[in-house]
Design a protein around this ligand. Structure first.
Ligand code: NAP
Length: 480
């Protein structure tokens, strides 16, 4: 079946712009061309920023009711075109059709939640008289928009991660310029259609497709951009932070998330949950389970259950309803994952499952006895590989879980309340999931990492706070 999707245009301040220089978009499963988008230039970004100056003014002056109506209509549009969005995600990215449907539903929910949270964009009164000499003062703070937000997004959730930036951005009254990943720009362009159809004033949103090497710096370094909201890899995040200068930064970066399995755990639950957390989206998920620390008393029984579950993961064609796990985003990435696994095996690791590659597909892979300095332990694999470690006790598990330069989320499986509480206090991460893997998230919770996993928090209410600033108003009362 021909799979070319509509596209070829980008949204520049409300205008659909075509260009002769196009970036072709391919289905990573078969390298079939599925569409194209304009190769945005520095000039396009400058134009988008210049229009966004007016856009920021227009967005700030939209009443909360108007913002809510636009966001609700955009969410309705996504739901009305759910299958179209899901097919676009599944074709351009590496998700299965079922994963893509679930991402589409979440994106609509993220934007609906943004509409809902817009009404709660409030401040509070301040007791100035808590300090001596201020009994004649009263006042409050309110929140006002930051202005122009540049949002740079990765390939792995090509719709919902953009919804997490446009939704709160508009709810808080900002203009937003999106630069989607070059590998998966079509979902972003479709999301722009939803906002155009919802009646968003033209200059408030631009979706500029193009390669980071051509348009990244001009967007990041512009003095007119007030905030960079970035989701992507740690190295890219560091480069952006260095170039950004004095502006707000939100950094949602990667991880190599740990799970801990205690002797008192429900091992069936732990195995099912960690297998799902490791292989969803073929492991290309910032929350993927990568390292599992199992107490020695249950190591062998957990390993057996885990390997049985791994066998049940159905790999294959992304568009088949029966497939659980699709390919990686491209063959180069699959080769990188293969190389990291080989490096670990050469250093003494044992291969328990998988390890084979076919084009961009890489089998669900399990290793044990991996040396703790192997790249696959210290870095983010961003692929379908999970490592099992046999540890003496909870203290050792926590120490090793923390011994990396990432800290997004962690999971612990235990029925012991003290162990759960101890882990939640000592694991140095942005979220600790008890009896769940690291791969648990709802779009309304504070979400983000520590160390190399990022700065700031997303999750609609929290993003709105990051995308707005407090302004204090203090009245000095004058005797009449
Ligand atoms: P990436 O290579 O860092 O790219 C992300 C985005 O940054 C793309 O739009 C890319 O554009 C752009 N970019 C790359 N270099 C840039 C530069 N020097 N200046 C400005 N922009 C630049 O990440 P990815 O491979 O797409 O995504 C995977 C990473 O994202 C993983 O590390 C994953 O953990 C992380 N992630 C984190 C979260 C979270 O919420 N914490 C969620 C999802 C993913 P081009 O495509 O044009 O190069």
């Amino acid at each position: 079946m021909a799979t070319e999707l509509a596209g070829g245009k980008m949204l520049l301040a409300g205008e659909w712009v075509e260009k002769s220089d196009q970036i072709e978009v391919y289905n990573p499963e078969n390298n079939e061309k599925i569409g194209s988008v304009p190769a945005g230039t520095e000039e396009d970004v400058k134009n988008a920023i210049s229009s966004a100056k007016d856009g920021a003014e227009i967005a700030a002056n939209l009443s909360v009711r108007e913002r809510m109506d636009i966001l609700t209509k955009a969410a309705d549009y996504i739901e009305d075109h759910l299958e179209d969005f899901a097919r676009t995600i599944a074709l351009e990215g590496s998700k299965t059709i079922n994963e893509a449907r679930s991402e589409t539903t979440r994106a609509a929910e993220t934007i609906r939640l943004s509409a809902e949270e817009a009404r709660r964009l409030t401040g509070e009164s301040i007791n100035f008289d808590q300090m001596p000499g201020n009994t004649d003062r009263m006042g409050y703070y309110f929140r006002f928009p930051v202005g122009i937000i540049a949002a740079i997004t990765p390939f792995n959730d090509p719709l919902n991660l953009i919804a997490h930036k446009i939704g709160p951005g508009i709810a808080a009254g900002n203009a937003v310029i999106i630069k989607p990943a070059t590998e998966t720009p079509l979902s972003a362009v479709k999301l722009a259609e939803a906002f155009v159809s919802a009646g968003l004033p033209p200059k408030v949103l631009s979706v500029i497709t193009g390669r980071a090497r051509d348009i990244g710096d001009v967007l990041i370094e512009s003095k007119d951009v007030n905030m960079i909201s970035f989701t992507g890899g740690m190295e890219t995040g560091e480069k952006i932070a260095k170039k950004a200068g004095l502006k707000r930064l939100s950094m949602e970066l990667g991880s190599n998330s740990p799970a801990i399995v205690r002797t008192d755990a429900d091992l069936h639950l732990a195995a099912a949950s960690t297998v799902s957390g490791a292989f969803a989206a073929a492991g290309q998920n910032c929350l993927s389970v990568q390292r599992i620390y199992v107490e020695e008393g249950v190591y062998d029984s957990f390993k057996d259950l885990f390997l049985q579950k791994v066998k049940e993961v159905k790999t294959g064609n992304k568009l088949s309803e029966a497939t659980d796990m699709g390919p990686l985003i491209n063959e180069k990435e699959a080769i990188r994952v293969e190389d990291w696994v080989k490096e670990a095996i050469d250093a003494g690791a044992l291969l328990l499952a998988g390890g084979n590659r076919n084009g961009a597909h890489y089998e669900p892979t399990v290793l044990e006895e991996v040396p703790s300095d192997a790249t696959i332990v210290t870095e983010e694999v961003f692929g379908p590989v999970v490592l099992l470690f046999n540890v003496k006790n909870l203290d050792e598990a926590i120490e090793r879980a923390n011994d990396v330069n990432y800290g997004l989320q962690a999971g612990i499986f235990t029925t012991n309340i003290n162990a759960a509480l101890k882990a939640s206090r000592r694991l140095h991460v942005g979220g600790v999931m008890i009896n769940d893997s690291s791969d648990f998230r709802i779009d309304a919770m504070p979400f983000g990492g520590v160390k190399g996993s990022g700065l700031g928090r997303e999750g609609v209410e929290y993003t709105i706070k990051e995308m707005s600033e407090e302004r204090i108003v203090a009245f000095k009362l004058i005797d009449e």
